[in-house]
Design a protein around this ligand. Structure first.
Ligand SMILES: Nc1ncnc2c1[nH]c(=O)n2[C@H]1C[C@H](O)[C@@H](COP(=O)(O)OP(=O)(O)OP(=O)(O)O)O1
Length: 178
């Protein structure tokens, strides 16, 4: 059965951890967008803020009165200088006690227009799909990124505890569309 906060019918692909699911907090909405082309994926090396020094997709907070897809397109342009026909790929819930729940809509695209540029937040870099730097990404990315690459809709939740500047993964659940 999916954890609290994940709705709908999903087939479990990965789960683990031993702590209880952390309790409900207010939710904040984010986006994350990935470009996939010629068996390569465009990631950004985060230069500041949450997730600094990790590779991730391009994204950020959804502004009030903004749709998630509009927010994802705006963040992709701001952080990597490009526009793309984004398709919704999955939804993730990241939970840290004492913080708002991070509800992240994940998007993918296989084409783009414009020139990829480095921004003050992200340094874009192409990776072969067989050489994704999972050891330098958020811990659960290794479980759902293969579903994104395979165009298989997914949902998941990951609960972390903050220790100093690190986020320690405590419990996770990832499922794919049945
Ligand atoms: N655990 C967790 N919490 C929140 N956000 C994330 C994670 N894991 C993630 O992968 N992410 C993603 C979601 C977003 O794409 C970014 C975080 O966005 P952030 O850089 O804080 O938002 P911006 O709106 O770009 O920030 P500022 O411009 O205000 O600095 O990480």
């Amino acid at each position: 059965m999916p954890p609290p906060g994940i709705f709908g019918d999903w087939e479990l692909t990965h789960t683990g951890g031993t702590s209880d699911w952390f309790p409900v907090e207010e939710t904040r909405y984010y986006t994350n967008a990935f470009l996939i082309q010629n068996a390569k994926i465009l990631l950004g090396y985060k230069k500041r803020g949450l997730g600094i020094h990790k590779y991730n997709g391009f994204g950020g907070k959804v502004e009030p009165d903004e749709s998630t897809v509009a927010a994802a397109a705006r963040e992709l342009l701001e952080e990597a200088g490009i526009s793309a026909p984004l398709e919704h790929a999955g939804t993730l819930l990241f939970v840290v006690p004492g913080n708002k729940w991070a509800h992240i809509d994940i998007f993918r695209a296989e084409e783009y227009s414009g020139t990829i540029i480095e921004s003050d937040e992200m340094r874009p870099e192409w990776f072969d799909a067989s050489q994704i730097p999972f050891d330098n990404m958020w811990d659960t990315d290794r479980y759902w990124l293969p579903l994104l690459l395979a165009k298989h809709p997914f949902a998941g939740r990951a609960d972390f505890e903050k220790e100093g500047d690190s986020y320690i993964l405590k419990r996770w659940w990832i499922g794919k569309k049945t």
